[in-house]
Design a protein around this ligand. Structure first.
Ligand code: 5U1
Length: 678
């Protein structure tokens, strides 16, 4: 689309208003609905047309112009803003009993014998903010500060694409204070830190710090380059419109007038409804695009909220139910190195045991030598340790105020602590490696064997890490081919083994012989060849011999394979010992159908579900079919091995048992979300 030639002031004004409107609609579709309405390139064209118009005719510039989003001149400092209505904080609940006690206080306060309806929401790990809209136009944004006075961050907030500069309603309130949280999504945080690293700038410890650091920039052009998001959840001052009767109605109204609200909200009844919601959100927490540190419960009816009133700076009608902390402080007793299956040497901090998110942590990775230097972690330091989902705990930072004079720097050893071979580090790599290889170094041998039998490789059930440790330490096996020579007596005589488990391992080894090419290639543990690359190689070449014989040029023709990967594959098969290993494995009976591509992986493989109660929309059979189609198993009773209990209305003893055992409980929506996100 080319810009029309407009010469009259009235036409120019009309065009600027039209452009503003289209750009606002697009920002809403893009950020709030997650459903872009026009291509980015069109947006850019319309945006520059409006920008040129405003430069040539500054009188056309409005406070809500989308061009304001690019940021302006740096401020000398932030002005203070007094909030018209104080920004309150929330009381916290940590245990189920705290939630039951909160519900009791609410019912006592309302003199209610009936169960209370609560609006349940996520507790975002970001920064609370107040957005003031006057006649529908964003005029001011302020941080929470001490709750009474915050900092004026309007210029920065205008750069946040998800925040409407103008409300989408023909009848906006005279004044509306929207309360909510500014945050950074995990993927945007990872991208920002990668950029910081490349630029040699300081990385942010977590998405919350990145959001805070981005919002508290005096130069709003820097904020404009940071991907910040926003979710609305509360209200301050309101004039010229009627307050919705419920919290849930407030958020529906916000969504209607173009403000981003989170979809993971619900209205539930009584303490049991609150605890179910907590369980469901806990189960999906790691799959959310952003960090949350708990959930928030609010009495849904606004008249009831008002009658409950406040205690000090927190409302009686609401509480936050926090997840156990995923960061904790402890002390580094030593820094040692660990040797991985490819010989990679990883410095690991040995810590005074600390509970992080309910799990005792005594070791945390420091990734590599450069990372130890960059974070300046020393032996004796007090450090912050983080654990997220299934990821290995890591040291985030040290606490400068608590550094004793006696700290010692980490020195990278020159020899492998396991086999004594030299540790080498090539110039282009951040990783130092043991030069011993799997033949000399037991750590690499164990790593390679554990990888070989792992679920996504040869999938030898029952052959766990401890068994491999024993087999290697007793010199019973050296290469994966030796696994297939193991006899019943050897296995049965190992620690924690008996006749039955030895038989099971032998049966699993036998079953693993029938496989697919992609798994076999992946199981070999060739550097840089992950599951996806192994599948591409199998798809492209169809036969193992063709992969083994392929030149670097031929390998480069495979999707997913670049020069580094091609050279790693070539080097692997150029080594006669590796070729011999492949031959031994084939001779042991490992086989596959050549030119056959593996079916899509089943995301719920290995997970067991129990269904209980009546699901509102899906029948039990349909739910079971969906679970099974995703590779999951549906069992009839709850045990420690159950992965999820899906509970509908009138769920009975199975639900209670699941609660007792701490098993993740999902409702129908939670199940659908889990299956979709998998
Ligand atoms: N979702 C949500 N987060 N959050 C934080 N709602 C919510 N409400 C809050 C806070 C501090 O405060 C009001 C209830 C006072």
């Amino acid at each position: 689309m080319t810009a029309p030639d407009i010469s009259s002031p009235a036409d120019r004004r009309l065009r600027a208003a039209w452009l503003t409107d289209v750009l606002h609609r697009h920002a809403h579709a893009y950020y709030v609905l997650d459903n872009p309405s026009i291509p980015d390139s069109e947006y850019d064209k319309l945006f520059s047309e409006l920008q040129s118009l405003e430069i040539a005719h500054p009188e056309l510039m409005t406070a809500d112009s989308p061009t304001q989003r690019v940021g302006g001149m740096p401020l000398p400092q932030f002005d203070q803003v007094r909030h018209s209505v104080p920004m309150l904080s929330l009381a916290n609940a940590f245990a189920d009993e705290d939630v039951v006690a909160f519900d009791k206080r609410v019912r006592d306060g309302l003199a209610s014998i009936d169960e209370v309806d609560y609006a349940t929401e996520l507790k975002f790990d970001g920064l609370a903010i107040n957005l003031r809209y006057e006649d529908g136009i964003l005029v001011q944004a302020a941080t929470r500060g001490d709750g009474l006075t915050g900092e004026n961050v309007t210029a920065n907030i205008r750069t946040v694409g998800a925040i409407p500069l103008r409300l989408r309603t023909a009848h906006p309130p005279k004044i509306l204070d929207v309360r909510g949280e500014v945050l950074m999504f995990k993927a945007d945080f990872a991208r920002l830190n990668a950029r910081q690293r490349e630029a040699g700038a300081k990385e942010f410890a977590n998405p919350r710090n990145a959001a805070a650091g981005s919002l508290r920039q005096l130069d709003s052009r820097i904020t404009a380059g940071r991907a910040l998001r926003f979710f609305a959840y509360g209200i301050g001052m309101l004039e010229g419109a009627e307050l919705p009767a419920t919290q849930c109605g407030l958020l529906d109204w916000y969504a209607e007038i173009g403000l981003p609200v989170c979809h993971e909200r619900a209205v539930v009844r009584g303490a049991s409804g609150l605890l179910d919601y907590f369980g469901r959100i806990g189960g999906m927490r790691s799959s959310l695009a952003y960090d949350i540190d708990g959930v928030v419960y609010k009495v849904n009816r606004v008249d009831q909220q008002q009658s409950l009133g406040f205690v000090s700076r927190a409302p009686r009608f609401a509480t936050a139910h926090k997840f156990p902390a995923e960061e904790a402080m402890t002390q580094v007793q030593d820094i040692e190195v660990q040797v991985g299956r490819t010989g990679a040497i990883t410095p690991v901090a040995r810590l005074i045991a600390v509970s992080v998110g309910g799990v005792s942590v005594t070791n945390a990775t420091l990734h590599n030598e450069d990372e130890v230097r960059r974070k300046d972690i020393r032996i004796g330091d007090t450090v912050i340790v983080r654990r997220a989902g299934d990821v290995i705990p890591e040291v985030v930072s040290y606490v400068p105020e608590l550094r004793p004079a006696t700290v010692r720097e980490f020195v990278m050893p020159t020899c492998c602590p396991i086999c004594g071979s030299a540790i080498v580090r090539s110039e282009e790599e951040a990783i130092a490696r043991c030069s011993g290889g799997a033949l000399r170094c037991a750590a690499q041998r164990k790593g390679a064997l554990m990888h070989f039998v792992s679920r996504r490789a040869m999938d030898v059930e029952g052959l766990g890490d401890q068994l491999i440790e024993q087999l290697v330490d007793k010199n019973l096996i050296t290469t994966p081919a030796d696994l297939y020579k193991l006899g019943f007596t050897t296995l049965a005589e190992l620690e924690r083994m008996a006749a039955k488990s030895a038989q099971n391992v032998l049966a699993a080894l036998e079953a693993s012989k029938s496989t697919v090419l992609a798994r076999f290639i992946y199981a070999l543990g060739i550097r840089h060849v992950g599951e996806a690359t192994a599948k591409e190689l199998a798809r492209h070449f169809g036969k193992l011999d063709a992969v083994m014989e392929a030149s670097e040029e031929q390998l480069l023709e495979v999707a997913d394979v670049g020069p580094v990967v091609a050279s790693a594959i070539r080097n692997y098969f150029a080594d006669p010992l590796n070729v011999e290993l492949v031959e031994q494995l084939r001779a042991a009976g490992i086989h596959w159908v050549e030119n056959q591509v593996e079916n899509q992986p089943k995301p719920m493989a290995g997970k067991t579900f129990v269904l209980t109660g009546t699901l509102p929309n899906l029948g039990r059979d349909a739910a079971a079919a969906m679970i099974e189609a995703a590779g999951g198993k549906v069992a009839g009773s709850v045990s420690k091995k159950t992965s999820y209990v899906v509970a509908g209305e009138e769920a009975g003893s199975k639900l209670l048992k699941a609660q007792e055992l701490g098993i993740t409980i999902l409702d129908e929506a939670g199940l659908l979300h889990l299956l979709e996100s998998a």
